[in-house]
Design a protein around this ligand. Structure first.
Ligand code: CO
Length: 210
């Protein structure tokens, strides 16, 4: 236990040294402030780290993560992150990134009790009911869960678009909202093409091809 904890501190020293070696001013520049262009709303899953899977550096992505990458309009944590990202940092893009093999989606799909988290996962159960017709025709359970994962991302993009923060910002400037799914087994991101820029009616602009 102690060993695994120490590994993180050792890893940090390697990180700090190698960054300084590459660019002696690296941390000095970062300390001056942040101007990320992206807000990432992703899953807490340890296998989907925003910077690593997009090959980006510290300072480039503002990040919010929760179980199953949900956008719940009563979630003060998410709304605070969203407001800061949009109003203060003026990010240009908001990305909701789900992932195949998501434990949260799997748990929501099952009828087992998992505890407190089920109250959170009810949001995914609602997505299931909304798309029940599309999902019920898929015989294979894993494929069904994959599709539910995609529908979940689409619904979270829609939830984002409905927030007062995004709606207000759209009156003043361009702000793009995207829905992606990351494949843990491939390392690749799929853009679901749920492009939303506030220019059209919310129902018309969803151009997903899944
Ligand atoms: Co997940």
């Amino acid at each position: 236990m102690e060993e695994s904890y120490k590994k993180l501190i050792d890893g940090n020293r390697v990180f700090a040294m190698s960054k300084k070696f590459e660019d002696p001013e690296y941390f000095k520049k970062l300390s001056l402030g942040q101007r990320p262009e992206y807000l990432w709303i992703g899953c807490s899953d340890s296998r989907v780290p925003a910077n690593e899977v997009t090959n980006t550096e510290s300072g480039q992505i503002f990040v919010h993560r929760n179980i199953a990458n949900l956008v719940v309009n009563t979630d003060m944590n998410m709304l605070s992150v969203l407001e800061y990202a949009v109003k203060v940092l003026k990010v240009k893009h908001i990305i909701v990134c789900g992932h195949y093999g998501c434990g949260g989606v799997h748990a929501a799909f099952s009828n087992e009790l998992h505890g407190f988290v089920d109250n959170w996962l009810v949001n995914i159960k609602n997505v299931y009911h909304k798309y029940k017709k599309d999902l019920d025709v898929i015989a294979d359970n894993e494929k069904k869960i994959d599709r539910l994962t995609e529908f979940n991302v689409i619904e979270q993009v829609r939830n984002l678009a409905k927030t007062t923060i995004v709606q207000q910002e759209w009156k003043e400037r361009e702000l793009h909202v995207h829905g992606w799914v990351y494949g843990i087994n491939s390392g690749l991101i799929t853009d679901l093409c749920v492009i939303h820029d506030g220019q059209d009616d919310i129902e018309q602009i969803f151009r997903y091809n899944i």
